[in-house]
Design a protein. Structure first.
Length: 318
């Protein structure tokens, strides 16, 4: 699961929203399962489906804990919004939901989440964006740590450097985190926000930070941060990691296709295979149509090639 990568537009990285730690991790998990290269994502493309076992494995949780966290976080997430601020121009801000549909399957022990249409420009076909491995943030213990990590990563990416001092006023910093009316006492703010964020990033992520304060009284923060040099900083269109180059010379029989299909679906249900939302829907549809017709004789060339690509990618065709 360490290969799951989060892609977000810069605007989303500095947007205003208030999510709990578990709601934030659920969103990041779902975003990492999307294909950010799609031009005109359909409802199916903005739908993410995974089993409770898969989520438990992704987030290093017990199965029971994973279900309860998903149940609570999803219910609350349906009420949450994100706010994009525009410093200049005719539009002051836009507000929209993260997701607008959720379904828990008792039969499949799975969760289906659909991202709202309004958030699509910030998750697909990105020009200026941040990208990072889910592994680097999933162990954070404070909900503001993800926000600060993304903001600092955006600043480093724009500067095209792995090391920099990033300055922000305390007022603007609190505004971004929706903390305008909280922590008036600087000692309280330092103890309950800054120290916890610093501990999370330095202990769990690929970024090291030190936070300094300027002013008498302090009114400015300076984040001295350094990102692992192994991270590639660029703003090119994200590569679709879900696309595999499958040799066209592979010509399995229809019986081999069905046997491979059954193994892949079984492995997905037991969390041995991680399918994208498109792959899970496509394979389930192929199995349903097979059950209805009793064979794969109806497969079109396009369906056949897509099926071969997916099954080969997950190691069930050789």
């Amino acid at each position: 699961m360490s290969e799951l990568v989060v892609f977000k537009a810069n605007e989303l990285a500095v947007s205003r929203y208030d999510l709990t730690e578990h709601e934030t991790k659920l969103i990041l998990c779902c975003v990492s399962l999307l294909n950010p290269t799609l031009n005109s994502p359909s409802r199916a493309d903005r739908t993410v489906t995974f089993t409770y076992q898969q989520y438990a494995k992704m987030m290093n949780l017990s199965l029971d804990n994973a279900y309860h966290r998903l149940n609570k976080a999803t219910s609350e997430l349906m009420k949450r919004t994100v706010e994009i601020i525009y410093p200049t121009g005719d539009t002051e801000k836009t507000i929209f939901q993260w997701v607008n549909f959720a379904r828990f399957s008792r039969k499949n022990q799975s969760l289906e989440l659909v991202f709202s249409e309004d958030i699509l420009p910030y998750l697909f076909q990105l020009k200026k964006f941040i990208k990072y491995n889910l592994e680097h943030v999933k162990s954070f213990e404070n909900k503001y740590s993800m926000r600060v990590y993304e903001w600092l990563l955006k600043e480093l990416t724009q500067k095209k450097t792995h090391k920099a001092n990033i300055e922000i006023s305390i007022e603007d910093f609190k505004f971004m985190l929706m903390l305008e009316s909280k922590y008036k006492d600087l000692r309280d703010f330092n103890k309950k926000i800054l120290n916890l964020v610093s501990r999370d990033l330095n202990s769990h992520s690929n970024m090291k930070i030190e936070i300094l304060k300027l002013g008498r009284p302090a009114d400015t923060l300076i984040f001295q941060c350094e990102l692992s040099p192994k991270v590639k900083l660029d703003e090119r269109t994200p590569i679709n990691s879900n696309v595999s180059n499958i040799p066209k010379s592979i010509e399995p029989t229809l019986d081999q296709l069905h046997d491979s299909l059954k193994r892949t679906l079984h492995n997905a249900l037991t969390a041995k295979t991680q399918l994208s939302s498109f792959e899970a829907k496509f394979l389930s549809d192929m199995q349903s149509k097979y059950d209805l017709n009793g064979s794969f004789n109806w497969l079109s060339e396009k369906q056949r090639q897509t099926l071969i690509n997916i099954l080969t990618k997950h190691g069930h065709l050789r």
